[in-house]
Design a protein around this ligand. Structure first.
Ligand code: PMP
Length: 405
């Protein structure tokens, strides 16, 4: 069992008041709040250990380099990767996906080949592939989403073929909370010789990700969704593929030798880390993973599961609420609409009661169109949320709906 009251004292922002009400932060799918230890780690680094990494011979540069590389190993351990050179630090999920979409298709695709995504992807796991399709004459195909918010796995047989080169799929939907069954997708893709990228932006904080068990070829996630700062993210990829891919960006650190006639590139992972990386963010990410494991990841997952079950149960009694996404396996996210009332109005009025939720298309417009709604109201949980916050939210929602009606 988690000691939630103790956990809440670790997150300074949770004692904020909003318009005179205690903050009820239910927008964790957009970004999570940061525990004191992560904030302290950043301040400590800038106060004591700040020097640009890799190219200095002086003390501060060496110590900063050491922390950055230790953070890489820490990240590898958190996701079960054996080779820390397969961990590329990026700015976040979006950059990680773009890195792959801008480089891999160039070496494995020919015009007419196909890239398969799902109907529930965040724009950052759709648009980079659309750009690749336009650039290289490829076709984008889509795994449909069923009415309950699960993927239509029965479509895989028809969609996967020798033409499929890359499959890009989210582990957990940021709109519906659906936990996808990645096994048939990965196995099916590999059976036709395609590579798989899994968007773990939502999954990284709410499920165990083990790259060996997952057996995908790339995973992408952002630090800010897992109690770490903004601006640091990760791409994990299989060494053989990362070796085969050309550089994504040119600049310092990614080179081996530069002349005006020819430039050769650095070894992994530096080939993909052009310029000064966020070497303070990387250690803050490592600290966030330490924190999660100190608290107990299994207990966090169970707690968030209980929160979701409770919220689903409680919201069912609110008149007029229609949940969008009722998949059998869901994690930490509840989306709903109230017919005749715009989600934006609900979100804005909840805010006036100190309750932070997200409204709109959640950067997944095709999915929102699929459900023929103008957007949803989304509540999303983290380890520090409580049942009593759900009660406050439900009471607030009741009140807001009474006023809006
Ligand atoms: N994929 C999913 C499933 C997400 O939820 C998000 C963030 N909402 C992203 C990708 C993009 O993450 P970022 O903006 O941190 O790059």
């Amino acid at each position: 069992m988690l000691d939630i009251e103790k956990i809440r004292t670790d997150f300074p922002i949770l004692s904020t008041e909003v318009y005179g009400f205690p903050l009820v932060y239910l927008d964790n799918g957009a970004t999570t709040q940061k525990p004191r230890c992560v904030l302290d780690r950043i301040i400590h680094a800038y106060e004591n250990e700040n020097g640009n990494i890799h190219r200095g011979v002086h003390y501060l540069s060496e110590i900063a380099t050491d922390h950055h590389e230790k953070a890489r190993s820490r990240v590898a351990r958190f996701i079960g990767a054996e080779d820390s050179a397969e961990i590329v630090f990026t700015r976040g999920t979006t950059e990680s996906v773009n890195l792959v979409a801008r480089t891999l298709p160039d070496v494995i695709c020919k015009p007419g080949d196909e890239i398969l995504v799902t109907g529930m992807e965040h724009h950052s796991n759709t648009v980079p592939w659309q750009i690749a399709c336009e650039r290289l004459g490829l076709k984008l195909r889509v795994i449909p989403v069923l009415d309950n918010g699960e993927l239509d796995y029965s479509s895989l047989n028809n969609l996967l073929s020798a033409k499929t080169k890359i499959v890009a799929c989210t582990a957990i939907s940021n709109v519906l909370g659906t936990i996808n069954n990645l096994e048939p997708i990965v196995a099916g893709a590999h059976a036709v010789g395609a590579y798989v990228l899994v968007d773990c932006a939502q999954a990284i904080a709410h499920t165990h990700i083990d790259v060996k068990a997952l057996n995908a070829d790339f995973i992408a996630f952002s630090g800010h969704k897992v109690y770490a700062p903004n601006g640091i993210g990760v791409l994990w990829g299989r060494r053989a593929l990362l070796e085969m891919m050309p550089p994504f960006m040119g600049g310092g650190e990614m080179i081996d030798h530069v002349t005006f006639d020819k430039t050769t590139y650095n070894k992994l992972p530096y080939k993909f880390e052009a310029g000064t990386p966020d070497y303070i963010g990387s250690r803050a990410l490592a600290e966030a993973f330490d924190y999660i494991e100190r608290v107990g990841f299994d207990d966090i997952i169970e707690h968030e599961h209980n929160l979701l079950d409770y919220a689903i149960h409680q919201i069912a009694s609110v008149n007029g609420v229609r949940q969008i996404g009722t998949a059998a396996h869901r994690s930490g996210i509840l989306s709903f609409v109230v017919d005749g009332i715009h989600p934006y109005d609900i979100g804005t009025m909840l805010d006036k009661l100190g309750i932070a939720v997200r409204t709109g298309h959640h950067c997944a417009e095709p999915l929102i169109d699929r459900f023929s709604v103008p957007g949803t109201v989304r509540v999303s949980f983290a380890m520090y949320n409580t049942m009593s916050e759900i009660d406050t939210f439900i009471k607030g929602l009741d009140r807001v709906l009474t006023i809006l009606r």
